[in-house]
Design a protein around this ligand. Structure first.
Ligand code: FAD
Length: 334
């Protein structure tokens, strides 16, 4: 079988409790762009139990074909049957490109599937494009601790598989006039494919903060000085109805929970407004926030790298600037 026999773009749609995950919709947007550049079709594959009714929504977001693998065995995510199902779809469909969200599920599934179909995988891509001449997928991701951006190709095997973190690609426009094909797929699953038994599912009861969804982020760096000083940021966040996030230094110091970390090993965010407070602007941090609409940086060092990506820079002591700013905003409200 030759490489030219592989056609089209396939996006793995991750659903949890029958809820389509945001990253999958974002990947439909990117997938459509890639499919258009290749002059091919965009397909989506959804795997689960009683999930067929979600297929139409995927068409509204750009999928021209939706392949549904629906089986009681697939009610909860279990690595082996999901791997078998996705591998079977890929072997049957022979897509040229496969995109998967770099979530905990996507990170579990995609390396196993790529090994089973004997191809490569580029994880945690921050940009994807098509080489105009060779039509290869150009998969770009930070490498060597974020010091360089590496563009990786997969010239000798198909499909070209890539994972992308939530929040990196833009969510496409929903168009309810779109139509498409919904295809039932029998992956030939057997009860023996389930090699573990789920006895109980315990949900984390802690309120989950999703900084990726916040329109406004007040982000703390080591320059905040102490956990006690974080209170200034919470006050500003409350005034502006935003969330508090931070650099890895702040998370490592135990001033914030890990789920609020922005950057290469944290979350990728693109809020309307990002306040960088006492953050130096290390490449690993900037990689997770540079796409923000407006960046305001406060740092006492006028040469701090964060000012290179900031739209507005304030040179000053955060512990003085932030309370003053909060006061001024309060005044504006009355
Ligand atoms: P610092 O670099 O210490 O900067 C503190 C800044 O505060 C300085 O610029 C200083 O001038 C300023 N300052 C000090 N006092 C004040 C004051 N009173 N008022 C105003 N400004 C003040 N980092 C991340 O953030 N996210 C990641 O996901 C991440 N992933 C990483 C992955 C790898 C593989 C590696 C190697 C590193 C990673 N890092 C990450 C760490 C990153 O390299 C930096 O060390 C980190 O971002 C620094 O955090 P910071 O800017 O808060 O602290």
């Amino acid at each position: 079988m030759s490489l030219a026999d592989y056609k089209g773009v396939l996006v793995y749609i991750e659903q949890r409790n029958k809820e389509i995950q945001k990253v999958s919709i974002e990947l439909l947007g990117k997938g459509k762009e890639i499919a258009d550049k290749l002059g091919e079709k965009l397909s989506a594959v959804i795997i689960g139990y009683d999930v067929k009714n979600l297929a139409q929504e995927l068409i509204y977001y750009g999928a021209e074909r939706v392949i549904v693998v629906d089986d009681k065995i697939l009610e909860n995510f279990i690595t082996e049957p999901y791997t078998k199902a996705l591998t079977a779809v890929i072997n049957d469909e022979k897509p040229e490109v496969v995109l998967v969200g770099a979530t905990s599920i996507g990170r579990d599934l995609s390396p196993r599937v790529s090994a089973r179909v004997h191809t490569g995988l580029t994880a945690d891509c921050t940009s994807l494009d098509i080489d105009e001449e060779t039509k290869q997928l150009l998969m770009t991701r930070p490498a060597f601790g974020g010091n360089i951006m590496a563009t990786i190709i997969c010239p000798d095997h198909r499909p070209q598989i890539s994972t992308v973190r939530p929040g990196v690609m833009l969510k496409p426009h929903k168009d309810t006039s779109r139509t498409g094909e919904i295809i039932d797929f029998d992956a030939g699953l057997l009860p023996t494919d389930v090699n573990i038994e789920i006895l109980e599912i315990v949900k984390e009861d802690k309120k989950k903060v999703n900084i990726e969804d916040a329109k406004l982020l007040i982000s703390a760096g080591r320059g905040i000085g102490s956990k006690e000083n974080m209170v200034h940021l919470y006050e500003l966040a409350e005034e502006l109805k935003g969330e508090v996030s931070g650099s890895r230094a702040v998370i490592d110091n135990g001033w914030l929970d890990k789920e609020r970390q922005v950057g290469q090993t944290g979350r990728t965010v693109r809020p309307d407004l990002y306040f960088a407070c006492g953050i130096s602007g290390a490449i690993q941090h900037v990689a997770g926030m540079e796409e923000s609409e407006l960046i305001i940086a406060i740092n006492k060092n006028p040469d701090a790298a964060i000012f290179e990506v900031a739209d507005i820079g304030i040179v000053g002591d955060v512990s003085k600037v932030i309370p003053l700013l909060t006061e001024e905003i309060k005044k504006l409200k009355f």
